[in-house]
Each structure stands twice: as C-alpha cells, then as structure tokens.
Design a protein around this ligand. Structure first.
Ligand code: ACO
Length: 311
C-alpha cells in the first residue's frame, strides 16, 4: 500500500541509498527530478552554441580539434541526461518542445556572447569550473541514474576546465594584446559565472525541499562561496583580476568576501531578455526543424525493419 511505499522511499533517502527507476516515487520528487535533469540537459545542448561559434575560427589545428571534441562531449552530456529524464517517464521530444517554446529553462550563463577566442578559454576555466563545483556533489544525489550520469560528466568537465585554463596560460605568455583579451573576457564572464549557482538561498524556492530529498547536497550560496574561494588563487596564478573591488580574504570567516551580484540582471536573463536568449532558442529551433526529415526517415526505417522481423 501507499504508506509502505512512502516509508521505503523515506528510508532509502535516510540511509543515503539511491532511488532507482523501479522504485515508487512521490509525484513531487518525480517532478523535481524531471525539472532539474531537463534543465541540465537543455543547458548542455544550448551550451554547445557559444563555443561552437569558434570551431571554424580556432587559431590552430590543435585548438580546433580540442574544441570540437569538447563541444561533442557537451552533446553527449545532453543526450545522457535526456535518457536519465526518460527513466522518470519524461518524453524526450516533449522536453525539446518545451525548451524551444520557452516553457523550460536552461542555464542563464549560455545567454552571453563569446566575443573573442579568449572567451573559449574563460568559458572552460570559469563556466566549466562553476559547473564542476555544482555537479561534483550531485554525484551523491539521491536519484541513481542522475547521480551516475554526474560521475562521468564531471570527469569530462574537469578535462574541459583544464583545457580552458591551459589555453589562457598560453595566451598570457603571448603579447600584451592577448593578455588584454584574456582580462577582458574574465571581466565579462566573472559575474555571470557566479549567477550560475542560482538565486541567493533566501530567494531559492526549491532548495529546502531538494536538500531534504538529498537531490541537492549544498545550498546555492554554499557552492557559490566554494567557487569564489577556489577561483581566486587560480586567477593569481594566471595573472588576471576579477572585476570586483569588494573581493578580499576574510580571515575570520575563512572565506573570501565578495560584492553584491546584480540579481536584476539575472532575473532579466531568466525572463528571456539576456543578450543572446532569442538567438540561442532560434538556433535550437532551426536545428530541430532542419533535422525533422532525419528523424522521420530513421523512424520509417525502424518500422520497416520491425515489420521484416515480424514476417
Ligand atoms: N539559470 C537559469 N535558471 C536558474 C539558474 C540559472 N543559473 N539558477 C536557478 N535557476 C532557476 C531554477 O531552475 C528555478 O526555476 P524553476 O523553479 O522554474 O525550475 C528558479 O531559478 C529558482 O531557483 P532554485 O530554487 O535555486 O532552483 P534549484 O533548487 O533547482 O537550484 C540549480 C538551481 C542550482 C541550478 C540546480 O537546479 C542544479 O544544481 N541543477 C543542476 C546543474 C545544472 O543544471 N547545470 C547547468 C549549467 S552547467 C552546464 O551545463 C555546463
């Protein structure tokens, strides 16, 4: 009966065990997981665009091969995550519809433009760095298929992060113009990277329930602080500064203090009014329309083969 199933669900979470697709799940938990996994999958897919922008203009064959591989990894992460959402009863085509009709979100960060090749490095360093910071704890998330997906995704993300940092190190050893390009990219990406972690805890409607269900293991502000603390020495080693006059070590707290984030900007980006929202969704919609004949042909071919086996 329902109460025994509910007890099993609660006991699984209390024991830090994983919930699996065959387990009974409360509707709220299922909805939360589909929401988070779908948003995460959409972010991986939309996230191919800002970097994909530079594949044809990479400065060397080596950089091009690395970038191509990285963008392909993001596609893989997206497909992997859509599969995890399907284990909860979601339909992949429906999720894509929701994305291109603006009914499901994707990460705010991918609504900013990549203006120079230094942006490729900074996206690897800061954006993938923030993603790792957020996602490593999700390897212990209570939903098994999501937690397991995170293990592989985090391994690949740490490679992405290091390629970004290495690219920036190379540019910093170059000319003044290259160093300026890196600093300019850091100035543009720092604040949006901090916004990736979501609204402050006091304004985060989902955190309390997601923590209780062990979907999330840390709050948005905890992970944002962790990211700031790990990024400061990396910036020093690289020779760049962050565009925040209030950023300084606080010995009492044992953490860096940092300035106020522009939450009005964050809200505008979530509403669809960021610098690239319209372009990103239009591009995804065009890809979906252009690929319709491939999906139809593949389905027709599969149906024909199924008929042959049946005969
Ligand atoms: N961009 C877009 N939307 C966001 C962002 C962001 N940076 N941060 C929060 N939101 C949305 C939430 O999805 C939620 O919207 P919804 O209720 O309509 O779904 C709303 O703002 C309020 O936020 P929270 O209550 O804090 O939401 P939640 O508990 O889900 O926490 C978080 C947000 C931290 C992003 C969480 O969902 C998470 O960890 N997701 C998995 C990681 C992920 O999606 N990463 C994608 C970017 S990294 C990459 O792909 C390379």
């Amino acid at each position: 009966d329902e109460s025994a199933l509910e007890r099993h669900f609660e006991a699984t979470i209390a024991a830090d065990n994983r919930l699996e697709p065959r387990d009974w799940l409360p509707e709220g938990y299922r909805k939360t997981m589909i929401r988070q996994i779908a948003q995460h999958a959409h972010s991986e897919i939309i996230g191919m665009q800002p970097e994909g922008n530079w594949i044809t203009r990479a400065p060397s064959l080596r950089r091009k091969a690395v970038l191509l591989a990285k963008v392909q990894d993001e596609a893989g992460h997206g497909l992997y995550l859509y599969s995890a959402a399907e284990t909860l009863g979601a339909d992949r085509a429906d999720l894509t519809d929701r994305l291109i009709n603006g009914r499901q979100k994707y990460s705010s960060i991918f609504n900013y433009p990549t203006l120079t090749f230094a942006d490729v490095g900074v996206v690897g360093w800061l954006v993938d760095g923030a993603a790792i910071c957020n996602q490593v704890p999700l390897c212990r998330s209570s939903y098994g298929p999501y937690a397991r997906a995170m293990v592989r995704i985090c391994k690949e993300e740490s490679f992405h992060q290091r390629q970004g940092y290495e690219l920036l190190m190379t540019m910093m050893r170059g000319t003044d113009a290259q160093r300026d390009m890196v600093q300019d990219a850091v100035n543009r990406w720092w604040w949006p990277s901090l916004m990736m972690f979501g609204p402050p805890d006091a304004d985060s409607p989902n955190t309390a329930q997601s923590m209780a269900w062990k979907v999330k293991r840390h709050t948005n502000d905890e992970l944002r602080q962790r990211f700031v603390d790990m990024s400061v020495p990396q910036a020093e080693a690289l020779g760049v500064t962050f565009p925040d006059p209030d950023l300084r070590w606080n010995a009492e707290r044992g953490h860096h203090d940092f300035g106020e984030i522009d939450w009005a900007e964050f809200k505008q980006v979530l509403k669809g009014n960021g610098p690239c929202n319209a372009e990103r969704v239009a591009h995804r919609r065009a890809a979906q329309d252009d690929g319709a004949w491939v999906r139809e042909a593949a389905s027709a071919h599969a149906a024909k083969n199924a008929g042959r086996i049946g005969a």
